[in-house]
Design a protein around this ligand. Structure first.
Ligand code: HEC
Length: 112
């Protein structure tokens, strides 16, 4: 009985972390994909109209620090009001997870 409770509580403790990691692609789909595209390359109408940078490019990935990316997500872009501030809509953990998610776009770039 005790073991069972122990296992159950261990599972419950892990649950939020698991859901969280799986939720980030869904969060991107829901909140960011319309403008930035499924792969961050911004091949969308909004992307073309607003010249949103292609996040899969190695040069972009190199030029932007995690803190830069995090700041744009939290506070919006100072260049373009279409990129809104998300700090009131997302938790700090969600914004951190999005930064990590954006980093994964780089691996989709074809080698030269
Ligand atoms: C309504 C369209 C729209 C949505 C939705 C949107 N963005 Fe943006 N985003 C933009 C535009 C336009 C820019 C370009 C701003 C600029 O030129 O500085 C941008 C820029 C950015 C940048 C900075 C790129 C750079 O090179 O400085 C990041 C990071 C970013 N968005 C992340 C996100 C994330 C994460 C989400 C979802 C939570 C999101 N965006 C949702 C339109 C959008």
């Amino acid at each position: 009985m005790t073991t069972r409770w122990f296992l159950l509580s261990a599972l419950l403790l892990c649950a939020p972390a698991l859901t969280h990691a799986e939720d980030t692609p869904a969060l991107w789909e829901k909140s960011c994909k319309n403008c930035h595209g499924p792969d961050g390359r911004a091949q969308t109408r909004m992307g073309q109209k607003e010249s949103i940078p292609d996040m899969s490019r190695a040069t972009w990935q190199k030029a932007e620090s995690d803190a830069d990316i995090r700041a744009v997500i939290a506070n919006g872009s100072s260049h373009n009001p279409k990129m809104k501030a998300y700090k009131d809509r997302l938790t700090p953990e969600q914004m951190d997870a999005l930064v990590r998610y954006i980093r994964t776009f780089k691996t989709q770039e074809k080698a030269p």
